[in-house]
Design a protein around this ligand. Structure first.
Ligand code: NAD
Length: 264
């Protein structure tokens, strides 16, 4: 991986702690030689992100709460001031009310539907629009999605609907930005125990189920997602855009429970 990102600069949005998928991506990009900016959501997370940024010599690009677009503007102004141009953006942001990540999708409230879509879908488009203005031709944008966009997963509910919309927006953005050689892709990660995932009902069961039934018979790590992100954000994937790339131990390929899988 060494040298793949030499001379490239960009921002990673969504590090909450050292278990965040965004942190796995930050480590892989840094090893590849990238210069990285990190954002954080609020003062409590700033305290966690600061030492992580130091570890990588990353730039603290600013507080960002995507429900307040002025904070997104401020982050991209800070990046422009620091570097002029950027080469990549990672969006690893999602939110839904925990009370609705359990039970029936049917019972989703209008308020939480709108909030989930705003934070988990619209924010990527809002970020892409701001990134476009300061991105070099040939840059790369990446977001994170989950198989619950394609198939019904227990408790994923409104977040599955949001991820389906996010995946569609990856394709539309890929067309809008393709004439500048800017690529837009998503990684569909298998389940990983993070802060956000802990809000999903029966998450431990979901992890076990994947472990027993995925072709690789295990779940994936944030480092593995990071390495695939390195491919999608580097010139190695220069011919790839509008793609949803599964990093899930192959889980999305299976049609039913493995016959030798133990009961959980
Ligand atoms: P995480 O809790 O470490 O990261 C989620 C991040 O979203 C946090 O940094 C949080 O600050 C940020 N965020 C939430 N609301 C925000 C807002 N209003 N403004 C700005 N930032 C906000 O969890 P994670 O699992 O690493 O999540 C990263 C991405 O990966 C999410 O899009 C998630 O849906 C996706 N994903 C996770 C899994 C999994 O199993 N963990 C699987 C597939 C996809």
């Amino acid at each position: 991986a060494s040298g793949l990102m030499n001379g490239k600069r960009g921002v990673i949005m969504g590090v909450a702690n050292n278990r965040s998928i965004a942190w796995g991506i930050a480590k892989a990009l840094s090893e590849g030689g990238a210069e990285i900016g990190l954002t954080w959501q609020g003062d409590a997370l700033k305290k966690r992100v600061e030492p992580l940024a130091q570890e990588l010599g990353a730039f603290m690009a600013g507080h960002c709460d995507v429900t307040d677009l002025s904070t997104v503007d401020a982050v991209f102004s800070a990046l422009e001031e620091k570097w002029g141009k950027i080469d990549f953006v990672v969006h690893a942001i999602a939110f839904s009310d925990k009370d609705e990540l359990t039970g029936r999708y049917l019972d989703t409230s209008r308020d939480n539907f709108a909030r989930t879509m705003d934070i988990s879908v619209y924010s990527f488009t809002a970020v892409a629009a701001r990134a476009e203005r300061i991105m070099n031709d040939g840059g790369s944008m990446l977001t994170l999605t989950y198989y619950g966009a394609e198939k019904v997963m227990p408790h994923y509910n409104v977040m599955g609907v949001a991820k389906a919309a996010l995946e569609a927006s990856v394709r539309y953005l890929a067309v809008d930005l393709g004439n500048r050689g800017i690529r837009v892709n998503a990684i569909s990660a298998g389940p990983i125990k993070t802060l956000a995932a802990s809000g999903i009902g029966d998450f431990r069961y979901i992890l076990k189920w994947n472990e027993y039934n995925a072709p690789l018979k295990r779940t994936v790590s944030i480092e593995e997602v990071g390495n695939s992100a390195l491919y999608l954000l580097s010139d190695l994937s220069s011919g790839v855009t509008g793609e949803v790339h599964h990093v899930d131990s192959g889980y999305h390929t299976i049609g039913m429970k493995a016959v030798d899988a133990p009961d959980i």
